[in-house]
Structure formats: structure tokens, C-alpha cells
Design a protein around this ligand. Structure first.
Ligand code: NAD
Length: 431
């Protein structure tokens, strides 16, 4: 395994309060639509914050204690829904921010879900496959009946994948269980196909990013054929976005991940690079590119930038370096508020995370519906439904932005909050 070169993989220098940032956006959107103050108050904190510690026997016989989180932000519209992240820096506040964003995303996409997010604090690259399985199983065992197919439905996020979801479902089935055996499958989404996953989930987030980019290109009369892109993060979201855009004639000329950054002015072969990453777990050593620094990456002249790694990657410094027309946020929270101010000043268009990366949870919903109905849809059915859903959300967000003269991010929050407000008004507060 290639270790990161510290000088190349340092993050944005902006201090970042992820949960505080999301609260700021919530405030701005609440003001824009005159959200009832009591709803703003309710949404300001998650409903439940679960923190667990669990031991795992490592391959060398030692026992390591792990810290895990599951934050359940809102279930006013439906069961809590959101990914599980494995990363050494994950904190409770990150999970709170990400869980709240899931509430807005599901409301924006008209899914019958609320928002949740979880995480385990460790570096998944530093453990063996057998250890990864034991960590996953012990984490989901610790969560027990705090999750469930009609209560809280986890999915993959950074550091987790379909295999982790298969272990998670199996653990739930063998410990908590369910009278309806088919329903147990719906406890997590993003599963492998044979274990109850859906066609199209693996690429869904990237596909949603691409639908947003094509809508933006159509509205801006911008020709994607022959366009160039830089992408940060070449995991699930970054690689699928690059693969799908390459089919539209967009070439990826620079790419970065935790190990560093590479450039290729001729364009990377996204398939070959994805195969390399699948084998070597990073882009390091890929023969088809030249090593560049992080600053050189951010300064590359290209048409599109897709951040698809971590939050807080585009601070003020990076925003001044950027030389692109559009940023489409595949990652959650990649742009800091200070970075965003510079991006606005410089007239760079930005498609916000809550809209741009919502294809993943949308296809997760399709998977859950198929599990409930014991159906398996064709890839064409999934793709068609996702395209309609993404284009509708894009149109609603841009219409809101035009009508209220809002940045797209605040407009996306506003569309979501309007929907949540309608439910509160109709149901009122218990008791
Ligand atoms: P992943 O684990 O598959 O890939 C993450 C990528 O980020 C890897 O290439 C990794 O090397 C890179 N990375 C990590 N640290 C980095 C650093 N310091 N500098 C540069 N690159 C770094 O994760 P993913 O599922 O593709 O998720 C990426 C982002 O997209 C996250 O913000 C996640 O929340 C968001 N997201 C994912 C989904 C999904 O369906 N997987 C859905 C919506 C949003």
C-alpha cells in the first residue's frame, strides 16, 4: 500500500466548524423563506446522538477499542437515512452536520426519509479485510435495534462500500432479525446485487453529479464535448463521475487523492485509473500521469472541478487558485464559507452538495422499495427514474434561486425546508 506524502495531502488551511457551517446555511435559508421559528429550533439539533465503543480482536491477537457514532437528525418525513463513514478524523460534529444534510437532501429529492449519518473513527486503509469485517460487524452489533428497515437505514459513505453493507445486513439479520425475512434486506442500502442491492447504486452518486452538470451545461449553452475536468478523490463518487463524463467527451486532466495529485494534459483513461485504484487502493504510482503539488492541482486550467473527497477542501486559498468555470460538489461540504465567498466574487458557478450528490440516496431509496416489494428493476428503469428525479430537483432549485435571488446552495436548502415545513404545519407537534 502506498502511504500519503504529507506535503501533498494536507487539507485546506481554513479552520472548519462543519456543523456550525451547516447551521449558518440553515439560518440563511430559514430567513429566505420565513421558516416558522419553532421549526428552525427543532431542526437545529439532531433527534438522537448515539456514541458507542466496541472492542475488536486484530489479526495479531491484540484488542483495539473503536469509537462509533450514529446521529439521527430528523424523521418527520420518514425513517432516518444516511451513510456510514470510516475515517480516522470522523467526529460527532461531522456526523451531526452530515446527518442534517441528509434531512435536506431527502426532502429536496421527495424521498420518504429523514436524515442520519454514522461513522467509525479509524483508517480503513490500515486494516486487513478480515479486520474490516470484524469492525463492521461489531459496530452494527453495537447499534443493535437503534437501526432498522423502517427506522434508520444506513448506506455506504467514505471508507465503506457494498461489501461492508453485506456484512452489516448479515449482522443485523443474525442479531436483531425480523419476522419478515425479506424486510431485513432493507436495513441497509448500497448492498451488493446478489445480497439485495440494486443495479445502478454503485454509480448513482456520480450519475447524479453528471445529470446536474449536463443540466448546467444546457442552461449555460456550454458544450461538454471536448471539455476538461479536474477531480479530487477517486473513490466511488470521483471515479464514477469521471467515467460517466468521459462518455460525454469530457477528459479528466488532473486527479488527486489522499496519496497526492497527478496531471495528464492528454486526459486520463478513467477506466484504467479506476482499475489501478481498485488494485492499489490509491492513485499513487499510476504510470499515466505526472506528479504535481496540491496547489498546482487547484491552479490547473480546466472547465469543471468535481471535489469528491472530504469536506473543507476549497478554502479561501484554493478558491483563489481555481481556474475553472464550474464546481460540482460530489463530496459533502467541500467548500468552506470563506472559500465560497471568493468563488462567488470570481463568478465561478457552483452546484451545491445537497443537490449535486443526492443521486446516491435517491437510488438507495429505489433499492429499499425493491426490497420491500421483492422486485428487481432493470438498469434502464433505475437510470430513467434517477434522471427524472435529478432534473426535477435541479429545476426546482434553480427556480427558487431565480425567484428569491439566492445562491443555489441556499435555494436547495429552501426547497427542502419548505417541504419539511408543510409536514410540520399539517401534523403539528405532539402531544
Ligand atoms: P471513497 O472512500 O470511495 O473515496 C474517497 C476518496 O477521497 C478517495 O479517493 C480518497 O483517497 C480521497 N481522499 C481522502 N482523503 C483525502 C485528502 N486528504 N485529500 C485528497 N483526497 C482524499 O468515498 P466516496 O463514497 O466516494 O465519498 C466521497 C465524498 O462523497 C464524501 O464527502 C461523501 O460523503 C460524499 N458522498 C458519497 C456518496 C456515496 O454514495 N458514496 C453519496 C453522497 C455523497
Amino acid at each position: 500500500m502506498n502511504e500519503p506524502t504529507p506535503s501533498q495531502s494536507i487539507d485546506s488551511t481554513d479552520k472548519y466548524d462543519f456543523f456550525g457551517t451547516i447551521q449558518g446555511y440553515l439560518d440563511a435559508a430559514s430567513k429566505a423563506i420565513d421558516l416558522e421559528p419553532y421549526i428552525r429550533t427543532i431542526l437545529s439539533q439532531p433527534k438522537n446522538e448515539i456514541m458507542v465503543h466496541f472492542p475488536v480482536k486484530m489479526d495479531d491477537g491484540t484488542v483495539r477499542l473503536f469509537k462509533g457514532y450514529r446521529v439521527q437528525h430528523s424523521n418527520i418525513i420518514g425513517p432516518f437515512k444516511g451513510g456510514v463513514r470510516y475515517h480516522q478524523d470522523v467526529t460527532l460534529d461531522d456526523c451531526k452536520a452530515l446527518a442534517a444534510m441528509m434531512t435536506w437532501k431527502c426532502a429536496l429529492m421527495r424521498l420518504p426519509y429523514g436524515g442520519g449519518k454514522g461513522g467509525v473513527k479509524f483508517d480503513p486503509r490500515g486494516v486487513s479485510r478480515a479486520e474490516l469485517q470484524r469492525i463492521t460487524r461489531r459496530f452494527f452489533f453495537s447499534l443493535g435495534s437503534n437501526i432498522g428497515p423502517d427506522f434508520d437505514i444506513p448506506a455506504p459513505d467514505m471508507g465503506t462500500n457494498a461489501q461492508c453493507m453485506a456484512w452489516a445486513m448479515d449482522t443485523y439479520a443474525n442479531t436483531v432479525g425480523h419476522f419478515n425475512k425479506q424486510a431485513v434486506k432493507g436495513v441497509v442500502t448500497g448492498k451488493p446485487i446478489a445480497s439485495g442491492g440494486t443495479l445502478g447504486r454503485e454509480k448513482a452518486t456520480g450519475q447524479g453529479v453528471v445529470h446536474c452538470i449536463t443540466e448546467w451545461a444546457r442552461e449555460s449553452a456550454f458544450d461538454l464535448e471536448g471539455a476538461t475536468m479536474i477531480v479530487q478523490g477517486f473513490g466511488n463518487v470521483g471515479s464514477n463521475t469521471a467515467l460517466l463524463l468521459s462518455k460525454l467527451g469530457v477528459s479528466t486532466i488532473a486527479v488527486g487523492d489522499h496519496s497526492g495529485y497527478l496531471a495528464n494534459p492528454e486526459g486520463f483513461n478513467a477506466h484504467k485509473l479506476a482499475d489501478w485504484v481498485a488494485e492499489h487502493r490509491s492513485i499513487a504510482g499510476y504510470p499515466g500521469g505526472k506528479t504535481i503539488s496540491r496547489d498546482e492541482f487547484f491552479s490547473m486550467k480546466a472547465d469543471l472541478f468535481v471535489p469528491a473527497a472530504l469536506e473543507n477542501q476549497i478554502g479561501e486559498h484554493e478558491a483563489r487558485l481555481l481556474n475553472v468555470k464550474l464546481i460540482a460538489e460530489g463530496a459533502n461540504g467541500p467548500t468552506s464559507p470563506a472559500g465560497e465567498r471568493v468563488i462567488e466574487e470570481r463568478g465561478i458557478a457552483l452546484l451545491p452538495d445537497v443537490l449535486a450528490n443526492s443521486g446516491g440516496v435517491t437510488v438507495s431509496y429505489y433499492e429499499w422499495v425493491q426490497n420491500k416489494r421483492s422486485e428487481s428493476w432493470t438498469i434502464e428503469e433505475v437510470d430513467e427514474k434517477l434522471e427524472i428525479a435529478m432534473k426535477r430537483a435541479y429545476a426546482e432549485v434553480t427556480a427558487m434561486a431565480r425567484a428569491r435571488k439566492l445562491p443555489l446552495r441556499i435555494a436547495a436548502y429552501a426547497v427542502a425546508l419548505n417541504r419539511i415545513q408543510s409536514v410540520y404545519r399539517e401534523r403539528d407537534l405532539f402531544p
